[in-house]
Design a protein around this ligand. Sequence first.
Ligand SMILES: NC(=O)c1ccc[n+]([C@@H]2O[C@H](COP(=O)([O-])OP(=O)(O)OC[C@H]3O[C@@H](n4cnc5c(N)ncnc54)[C@H](OP(=O)(O)O)[C@@H]3O)[C@@H](O)[C@H]2O)c1
Length: 260
Amino acid sequence: MKLFSLEGKVALVTGASRGLGRVIAGSMAEAGAHVILAARDKQKLEEAVQAIRTAGGKADCEAVDLADEKAVVETFARIRDQHGSPHILVNNAAAMPRAPLLESTLEQWDQAHSVNTRSVYLLCREAARGMIERKEGRIINISSYVATVGRDNLLAYSASKAGVEGLTRSLACELGAHGITVNAISPGLFLTEMATAIKDNPVVLDKYRQLIALARPAEPHEICGSVIFLASSAGSYITGNTLHVDGGVDNVMPVRDGKS
Ligand SMILES: NC(=O)c1ccc[n+]([C@@H]2O[C@H](COP(=O)([O-])OP(=O)(O)OC[C@H]3O[C@@H](n4cnc5c(N)ncnc54)[C@H](OP(=O)(O)O)[C@@H]3O)[C@@H](O)[C@H]2O)c1
């Protein structure tokens, strides 16, 4: 058995039109999976699919707004009919409305929760049917360091990501006896479009460097190893966990004083 191979598996990756989802999809295809990329931007999805195929991988895409409950369920049914029920589900898409409490709106709250938590629940439910039948499945939900540490301006996002981690643990309990593992990955600061407001602000970026044990933000490809690990036979006895891929943010407090 090849420990990190995804040969013969169908994997659905949401939020794969750019950022971490796109590199995750590419690395899963490299590991042998037939990857279905989902997000709203059809053109970017098609470009990503083409790049994977050019590199010799197998990929298709589905354009879907994950905030739309009906569209999520219909899209999943189409994927199942065309490619078979996925062996691996990576819930990676997310919306990140930014606002301090008093300026925040219910619309922002609902946006964060519909994309980041409700669509995760819906896709887990739809994907679990096929996984239960097959007695095998891997669900990986992408959370965030702010689910653990909290952060100003991101209240709806951090609450939705804490929800993702709670959902992950409960589904691990419920689905484990069916041979399905359910884990979360909690990324730290990765230099993607989502991190533009930090990337473009040298003062804030420097603050982040001070808070990160490895003293730097991550490059997008640094997420891939954790996903392949949890999706492949290498991760067969791991469930209900949140794996922190954050350079040391959630559990550390770098002082870097050298004396005190
Ligand atoms: N970057 C970081 O520093 C960081 C830190 C912690 C956690 N994370 C988590 O890592 C994951 C990936 O983040 P990223 O940095 O790659 O973000 P990103 O560059 O903003 O990409 C987000 C992805 O989600 C998709 N998406 C957003 N709203 C959607 C909707 N309504 N329906 C369908 N797809 C939607 C976007 O595609 P379309 O616009 O084409 O729909 C895009 O592909 C997220 O779960 C995020 O919370 C990121």
